[in-house]
Design a binder for this molecule. Sequence first.
Ligand SMILES: [Zn+2]
Length: 353
Amino acid sequence: MLINLNSDNIFSCENYLDIASNIGAEIFTIGFSVEKRPIIALKKGTGKIKVLFVSRIHGNEPATTQAMLEFFNNYNSKDITIFGILLANPDGASLFEQLWLQNREPHWKNSFNNARLNAAGVDLNRDWFDLSQEETRAIRRFIFSIRPDFVIDHHEFYWSDKGYPPKQPIEDEDGFMATMTDAPFYGVHQFVKEISKKAMYTLIEKLENDFQWKIKVRHFAGKSDNNIEIPTVLGIYLALRGIPKLLVETWGVGCSTLLLEQRIKFHYLSMKYITNWIRSEESSFLNKPESLQLLRYNLKDADSRKIDLFLRKLGLHQIKFKKEKDSVIVNIPTTEVGFIDTIHNSIFERKRM
Ligand SMILES: [Zn+2]
């Protein structure tokens, strides 16, 4: 391992950046946090197909960053281009480092919840519809500049307080040690749904071979009445914008260094297996639907403040539109129709006519 798991600087952000600059990856600064810490992205490979890993959108989920460093260090292929956002929430990660140095006891009470958030106190994984924070805007800009073919968003989840103290987390009443979430059903293009689902079951099959851990499948189907699901979380946002995705999560918040090596390994192998799988599925990725669709939103008799809000949202998410007398026209990839419809339906509380 690049970082000795018994060392004091195991969660040091400075150390992460030092290591990142010595593993043969290209490094970009894609933006800055509220407290002006750089947000770093790594890149290796030159292939046409691109996969992006996002770590640490929540600062108190540390195994994900270390897994990324390990994976980039060991990746020597060129055929798939891999990108990684090492610390999506550098302020939260830095606060986590300080809090952990003061209290290293693994305990569900030591989840350091403020380190989940950015320095403005915002959960960056609830900000994707509004893009109110520096970090989410920078990451969004980066994602759409590279247009990845697949994204894995890496998380760790809370140590349940049920049945505490579990001697080993596997004895936790919840009984599972990892979760995976594919794309939601509602509004998401068939191509995105199918690729995301296939990727998820491929990963689960492999990881269940390597680990004794039970993996829970989560699936945000949207509301049962097929109503509007506002994409405030990255995974739903990406899926609605035509990008296949997975959320991979291990048990780990509040766990300090307990089972850290396995937690890192789980994320590391997820990155490795998904990259191998994408290589074997190259033709599906190269044949993704690219056609455009012209959408007309009839805004006759609509409230002018709502129309303004609609146009501002389209602008915020950099979707080009043409305003005509009683309607707004958008020409976008078919894979993103669900996203524009979601903005429209949520503001006007009705479906596109
Ligand atoms: Zn998280």
